[in-house]
Write a protein that binds this ligand. Structure first.
Ligand SMILES: C[S@@+](CC[C@H](N)C(=O)[O-])C[C@H]1O[C@@H](n2cnc3c(N)ncnc32)[C@H](O)[C@@H]1O
Length: 205
C-alpha cells in the first residue's frame, strides 16, 4: 500500500476563513466536555497509520468511525478509500460535527451527529446493511454506565464477516468490551502518541 502523501490529504480537506485550527477546536471540545472527549490532544499520524495498516481497502465499501473529533483520521482514510466507497463518522458533539461538515468536502464522507450506540440505524439510514471496518476513538472507560457494552454489541452486529473493529485507547481495559464479541483480537502499542495508546484489531470471522 503506498504511503499517504501530504498532497493527497490536503486535496480532500479545507479550512474556511474564520474556522479554528484542528488543535484549537479539539482543545475547546476537551474544555467543554472533558469526560466525553477523554483526551487533550488529537492522535498522531504514526498512530493513525499503524491503526489503519490492516484494513483491506479494496474490499471496503463502508468505513465507519466513532468519535472522529476534529477529523484527525479522516484525510488518511479518504486517501485510501475507493472512489465508490462511503465513510460515515459519528460523534455526539455537535460542534465537532459542524466543524467536519465545513472542513471535509469529499462526497464519500458523511458526518452524523449521534451516538455510536445507534450505529445500525445510522448505517441503515445511509442505505447500508453492514460495515466493512469500524474504527473507535471513544473513551470507553469514561462513557456512561451501560453505553460501552451496548456500543460493542451493536458494532459486531453491524460488522460484516471478515471485517474488524479497530480500537485505540489509552487503557487496556477496553479489551474487556471486545472479548465477548470478537472471534480474535490482535494487539499493538503506539508509543509515539500523547499518551501512548493500546491498539486493538477485533476481528469477526
Ligand atoms: C478522544 S476523542 C476523539 C479523538 C480523535 N478521533 C482523534 O483521533 O484525535 C473522543 C471523541 O468521542 C466522542 N464521543 C463520546 N461519546 C460518544 C458516543 N457515544 N458516540 C459517538 N461519539 C462519542 C467525543 O465527542 C469525542 O469527539
Amino acid at each position: 500500500m503506498p504511503s499517504t502523501t501530504t498532497a493527497a490529504r490536503r486535496a480532500r480537506t479545507r479550512r474556511p476563513a474564520g474556522m479554528p485550527s484542528p488543535w484549537g477546536m479539539f482543545l475547546r471540545g476537551f474544555i467543554k466536555h472533558p469526560v466525553m472527549v477523554g483526551s487533550v490532544m488529537p492522535s498522531t499520524q504514526k498512530l493513525i497509520d499503524k491503526m489503519l495498516s490492516r484494513v483491506d481497502w479494496a474490499n471496503t465499501k463502508l468505513f465507519v468511525e466513532y468519535g472522529p473529533g476534529v477529523g484527525t483520521f479522516c484525510p488518511t482514510v479518504l486517501s485510501h478509500m475507493a472512489p465508490d466507497a462511503h465513510y460515515i463518522a459519528i460523534d455526539t458533539n455537535p460542534d465537532f460535527i459542524r466543524y467536519l461538515r465545513h472542513t471535509i468536502t469529499d462526497k464519500r464522507f458523511f458526518a452524523v451527529h449521534g451516538s455510536a450506540a445507534d450505529v445500525r440505524q445510522i448505517i441503515a439510514d445511509h442505505g447500508h446493511e453492514h460495515a466493512d471496518y469500524m474504527l473507535s476513538g471513544l473513551p470507553f472507560s469514561t462513557l456512561p454506565d451501560g453505553v460501552g457494552p451496548t456500543i460493542a454489541s451493536e458494532t459486531f452486529a453491524a460488522l460484516r464477516p471478515g471485517g474488524a473493529f479497530l480500537v485505540y485507547q489509552f487503557s487496556p481495559k477496553v479489551k474487556d468490551f471486545l472479548i465477548p464479541h470478537a472471534d480474535r483480537i490482535d494487539h499493538a502499542m503506539e508509543w509515539w502518541n500523547v499518551p501512548p495508546a493500546q491498539l486493538y484489531w477485533a476481528w469477526k470471522d
